[in-house]
Ligand binder design. Structure first.
Ligand code: AMP
Ligand code: MG
Length: 324
């Protein structure tokens, strides 16, 4: 009796080590959003390790880039850069350079100094700056107030009061870092998503991944579902972080020109080669609005867009049909 039972036990213990190939997934709450990692691996233990590595990478970046953590590198910059040129890591320097490039490309629609006003909002409690403090802070929003010195790898703010926040690009960057870590491990089928920013490696083993675009004014309903493989996709929406007061929707994407929430569209989805790019562009096009935004997307040959305009109409860029 005892003998037979131990034989069965041995078999059960061996089973996980046989390493059957399968789909694996895990979720975590990091960077104020939901992280989801899904992948196919021939070996369950290695697959699970790969997922844990990705989630750790998100935590590392959150520690470094969060504007809310008092000891993050970004907070240090916000505290010091108006006084002295601050020595920063090459990773943060790279992200500030990327942000500068998107600011130039979008003629200032993407501008990380939006935070000079943005940090006066709290979307959970409905806190917002009054007219006077918005007016006072508006001149602080200008990416040209940030001086980057590549030689010394330092950053300096040219005006007192300037604040920066990488919320429009950091999640996409983290997704790209996670994808790089999976590629190093030769993983051929995977999805990483962080809130509205996702990137895919390969397909879903013989069929495409299906990525939904949320219907902006209907909870848990999709406006569209796209069959995709090997691409990045980001959505920016006015329904993600917002409150309403006096009939106005105050949400988290700020027009640098006015200091108020951008009003021209309900959501913007960008498809492209990497998530840093689709993240930065989804936020930018949201600010630019449907017309100027679509014109910019059509002028770039590696990205496509699905815009849901302020009336709820869906607009798509010229090359979307042939995109895969
Ligand atoms: P996303 O959901 O990718 O569109 O990112 C929205 C986040 O981008 C906000 O929560 C802010 O942290 C940040 N953001 C808001 N307005 C701007 C802007 N005009 N330029 C750059 N980042 C912004
Ligand atoms: Mg974005």
């Amino acid at each position: 009796m005892i003998k037979r039972a131990s034989g069965l036990l041995l078999l059960l213990l061996l089973l996980p080590a046989l390493g059957r190939a399968e789909w694996l997934s895990d979720q975590a709450s990091v960077m104020g959003t939901r992280i989801n990692v899904e992948l196919w691996h021939e070996d369950r233990a290695l697959g699970e390790l790969a997922i844990a590595t990705v989630i750790d990478e998100f935590k590392r970046l959150d520690e470094k880039l969060s504007p809310y953590k008092t000891d993050s590198e970004l907070t240090l910059v916000n505290r010091m850069a108006a006084e002295v040129a601050v020595d920063i890591s090459s990773e943060l320097f790279h992200l500030l350079q990327e942000s500068h490039n998107y600011a130039k490309l979008t003629q200032g629609a993407f501008d990380i100094t939006f935070a000079s006003i943005g940090h006066q909002y709290d979307y959970r409690t409905g806190k917002k700056p009054n007219q006077q403090s918005t007016r006072q802070a508006l001149p602080l929003i200008d990416y040209r107030h940030i001086r980057l010195d590549a030689k010394t790898q330092t950053v300096r703010f040219l005006r007192k009061g300037v604040q920066i926040d990488l919320g429009g690009i950091a999640k996409g960057y983290a997704v790209d870092r996670g994808i790089a870590l999976l590629r190093e491990r030769a993983i051929e089928h995977a999805l990483i998503s962080a809130g509205g920013d996702s990137r895919l490696i390969g397909d879903h083993r013989g069929r495409p991944w299906h990525i939904g675009i949320q219907a902006p004014r209907k909870k848990a309903a999709m406006a569209a579902v796209l069959p995709l493989a090997d691409t990045a996709i980001s959505t920016s929406g006015d329904y993600e972080r917002y409150f309403e007061a006096d009939g106005v929707r105050y949400h988290h994407i700020i027009s640098p020109k006015t200091g108020h929430s951008a009003k021209n569209v309900q959501s913007v989805t960008i498809l492209g080669p990497n998530a840093t790019r689709t993240d930065a562009l989804s936020t930018s096009i949201f600010v630019l609005g449907a017309e100027a935004g679509m014109a910019l997307i059509d002028s770039l040959d590696d990205v496509e867009a699905v815009i849901i305009d302020r009336d709820g109409q869906m607009l798509t860029s010229a090359g979307l049909d042939s995109f895969h």
